[in-house]
Design a protein around this ligand. Structure first.
Ligand code: PLP
Length: 388
């Protein structure tokens, strides 16, 4: 039998992606399905990044790299972290990882011993529970309420803190809700982390997509740099999902420890991907264009669904997703997602994939053109009129 550690990562065998994978299989078999279920761009990586990679391959960048990342890559990542926080950030406070997901895994491994307790906020990104379970940690899910625009209340987080709580994980701009936490919320969260001596894992992979709000990193708040681990990624900001490149910004002594995790997992990043990433970071390839594109899509979709009876939009200020409250319709979110796929050939994510707090919602991804999003809104209206 496989180890209990591995079996325990997704103990129910379900991971919340069932509708998405069923839709993907059908699409690959030739069916015309609108994929609004996934957080991956419908466009390719910016051409300049691709060219930098091709040049690197031709130049023989085929070798092992430093375990924590090429020095110039770490410097470029540190520069972005400095820019986001206004704090001086040195390359030794940064470790490069193959995507934000491995930075999350590393952050959980670095801050939690087996049996320790962690807190996450729901609705949450679907991999969070498994990431904590893989660290052997116990966790509590604190609900951010729809009526609060999906921003968590510090009192609710504080009420979940136990003697063995060591880590709090937050995500702004948020997947799946699109909430962008206000400075007040972040101040309150920072204060309780200081008061209870908690690590804060701040997942900021959507940092370039804050919509009309400003993205604030809690690492910039007083007394937080020494206890905050920021998750970053080039997947969304630079259009590089499949390249697998991201980073963790954390106190230097923790980063030094984490190099040993890279030693036994990735053994460092891909050389030519690292070279392309350096150029993409130093020149911000694609960043503004991608942010503008998602801004326009968000606006187009929200304008299209705003007039719908039976649907309420919550959160949805930034990031790549819109959350729709479907509680006025007479079936649960999973039934909704399966039936919407059957009837209208549109794949969406049931809210339950992101925790109980999102049970009455579906998540729409903005990873398609405005024309597709308009068509999806029309199909949604028709579907609800037929079943609601
Ligand atoms: N964190 C959040 C909130 C995400 O939505 C994602 C991807 O969708 C990730 C982390 C991981 O992204 P990646 O591993 O591609 O950087």
């Amino acid at each position: 039998n496989p180890s209990s550690r591995i079996s325990g990562i997704t103990p129910h065998g379900k991971d919340g992606w069932e509708v998405h994978f069923a839709a993907m299989t059908r699409k690959q078999a030739g069916e015309d399905i609108m994929m609004l279920s996934v957080g991956d761009h419908d466009f390719d990586t910016p051409a300049k990044t691709v060219e930098a990679c091709v040049a690197a391959v031709r130049q023989g960048r085929h070798h092992y790299t430093q375990l924590a990342g090429l020095p110039r890559l770490r410097a470029a990542m540190a520069a972005i972290s400095a820019q986001a926080t206004g704090l001086e950030t040195r390359p030794d406070q940064v470790i490069a990882t193959p995507g934000g997901q491995l930075a999350l895994f590393a952050a959980a491994q670095a801050t939690l011993d087996p049996g320790d307790h962690a807190i996450m906020i729901a609705p949450y990104y679907a991999t969070y529970p498994g990431t904590f379970r893989a660290a052997g940690a116990d966790f509590t899910v604190v609900e951010a309420r729809a009526e609060d625009g999906f921003e968590p209340r510090a009192e609710a987080i504080e009420a979940a803190i136990r003697d063995n709580t060591r880590t709090l994980l937050i995500n702004t701009p948020n997947n799946p809700t699109g909430a962008v936490y206000s400075p007040d919320t972040l101040e309150a969260i920072a204060a309780l982390c200081r008061r209870h001596d908690l690590w804060l894992i701040s997942d900021e992979v959507y940092w370039t997509l804050p919509g009309s709000k400003k993205h604030v990193s809690p690492r910039a708040l007083p007394g937080m740099a020494e206890r905050t681990l920021v998750i970053n990624s080039m997947s969304k900001s630079h259009g590089m999902t499949g390249w697998r490149i991201g980073w963790l910004t954390a106190p230097a002594d923790l980063v030094a420890r984490l190099v040993s995790l890279n030693l036994v997992t990735t053994y460092g990043l891909n050389d030519f991907v690292s070279r392309a990433a350096i150029e993409a970071l130093e020149n911000a390839y694609g960043v503004d264009e991608i942010a503008e594109r998602y801004g326009a899509r968000r606006k187009a979709f929200l304008d299209a669904v705003r007039g719908f009876n039976d649907i309420t939009v919550r959160g949805s200020q930034g990031g790549m997703y819109v959350m729709l409250d479907i509680s006025a319709v007479d079936f649960d979110c999973e039934q909704f997602a399966w039936r919407f796929l059957e009837a209208e050939k549109v794949a969406v994510m049931p809210g339950l994939s992101f925790g109980e707090a999102a049970r009455s919602h579906i998540r729409i991804s903005l990873c398609q053109s405005e024309a597709v999003l308009h068509e999806a809104a029309d199909r949604l209206r028709r579907f609800i009129a037929g079943y609601g």
